[in-house]
Design a protein around this ligand. Structure first.
Ligand code: AMP
Ligand code: MG
Length: 411
């Protein structure tokens, strides 16, 4: 091991560049009712057709006044009411005020609202206990939040549960979005058993599809689950053909290393143009990428942590590009101080599973324990990746490491 492990291994950045440079975004768009558009990528800028708020309105329940009238400190008669949706119409004489509610239109000539807590109401009218009132106090002016013509969300944004009500504020009922990428996925391996059935000798449960699917779905793509496929060349070939007829991307797990039952390589070389890479990351060394006749292909390693990790680190950026999600950003690295040691040998970028906490305002991180690529408990326990640089060796307590908090697809 040591640095001798590195020759022949492709750095992650190179693999990423190789993949991303080839992917062209999907051009098909659709018009969707706003409420159905969550998770889709915008195919055009959202420009505001109106000012928000559309009129000057009150930020408080209280009284609309003219500041000049306050100087004589008199009790003011109430000339009328302005309620939300029922504006005050007409004249209000000098020296009077208008009862006003939150969100109601500001009467013409009013230059401040005094909140009702700062008033004394009697039969004769209202006396104001607040003496210092500045112009525009408690008035939300027209366009304070958004100006007409503003780009509120750029093309290439993926619509979140925060964006949808933002667009609703503008009165826009339908949005133009990019069709979601369709991702067909299946697990390969004679040893794999579906859940709900007892295990025979030598079998394990297929967990990878349960790890891969949410990373597709929660990433705004459409998952197509093709199940478990045994290590049988004919069945595998037929499944690849079916998969590419259904999807933009075919994702498999298992069968991409160099074992005797790893048929994927031969079949793919027959069906398309596929590169098999040994990546300089840990876990997740064996990885395949390429093109079938009509779909992209990503072959993830079979070990469950490796499968999820490569899906997250390599396939998600590719899906972002495919879906036109130009506003997508990879998780940021945050420096953290180690509370435990991390075993590591130089040679590969290591994505160890960690648990971060914040102590005295600073990030600290500890290991989840067993870091085997087959030990999925480490993913379940973790709340971040501890990304250890390729040339780095063992990390001791008190060193600084980079952590990446999980994005929403791993939550
Ligand atoms: P492979 O890449 O096919 O050589 O598989 C590597 C390791 O991952 C083996 O221990 C497999 O049993 C395991 N494995 C492969 N596919 C899955 C899966 N879908 N779920 C859980 N473990 C798997
Ligand atoms: Mg296998």
């Amino acid at each position: 091991m040591g640095c001798c492990d590195a020759p022949g291994l492709m750095p992650l950045e190179e693999a990423m560049e190789n993949m991303l440079s080839r992917i062209k975004p999907i051009q098909t768009t659709l018009q969707l009712p706003l409420a159905e558009a969550i998770g889709y990528v915008l195919a055009e800028d959202i420009l505001s057709p109106i000012f928000v708020p559309p009129f000057d309105n009150s930020a408080m329940d209280g009284y609309a006044i003219r500041i000049a009238d306050l100087s004589n400190n008199a009790t003011m008669p109430v000339a009328g009411k302005s309620f939300a949706g029922q504006p005050f119409e007409g004249e209000w004489p000098q020296g009077s005020c208008v009862r006003i509610m939150t969100g109601a239109k500001i009467p013409d000539g009013c230059d401040a609202v005094i909140m009702q807590e700062n008033t004394v109401v009697s039969e004769d009218g209202v006396t104001f206990t607040q003496t210092e009132v500045k112009p525009q106090n408690n008035i939300r002016p027209t366009g304070d939040d958004i100006r007409k013509g503003d780009i509120v969300l750029p093309k290439g944004s993926r619509l979140t549960s925060r964006d949808i009500p933002m667009i609703a504020t503008l009165g826009i009922s339908h949005v133009t979005v990019v069709r979601k990428p369709r991702v067909a996925f299946f697990s390969t391996g004679d040893e794999l058993k579906p859940l709900g059935q007892p295990l025979a000798e030598g079998q394990i449960y297929d967990s990878n599809r349960y790890g891969i699917k949410p990373l597709i779905e929660n990433f705004g793509c459409e998952p197509i689950d093709l199940g478990i496929i045994p290590d049988c060349p004919e069945t595998l070939k037929a499944t690849f053909e079916q998969a590419q007829s259904l999807a933009d991307v075919v994702v498999t797990s298992g069968g991409v290393s160099v074992g005797e039952a790893d048929y994927t390589k031969d079949i793919l070389e027959e069906l398309g143009e596929i590169g098999f890479w040994k990546l300089a990351i840990k876990p997740g060394k064996p990885f395949a990428f390429g093109k079938l006749s009509t779909a992209w292909f990503c072959g993830l390693p079979g070990n469950p942590v490796s499968a999820v990790l490569t899906m997250y680190v390599l396939v998600q950026p590719m899906l972002a590009k495919l879906s036109g999600h130009t506003e997508w950003k990879a998780p940021e690295s945050i420096p953290a101080t180690t509370k435990t040691a991390f075993k590591k040998v130089p040679g590969r970028t290591d994505y160890q599973r960690g648990i971060y906490t914040i102590e005295d305002g600073k990030f600290v991180v500890e290991t989840t324990g067993n870091q085997s690529s087959g030990a999925f408990r480490s993913m379940s326990l973790a709340n971040c990746f501890v990304v250890l640089e390729r040339e780095r060796g063992r990390v001791e307590v008190g060193e600084t490491v980079n952590i990446q908090l999980f994005n929403s697809t791993l939550y």
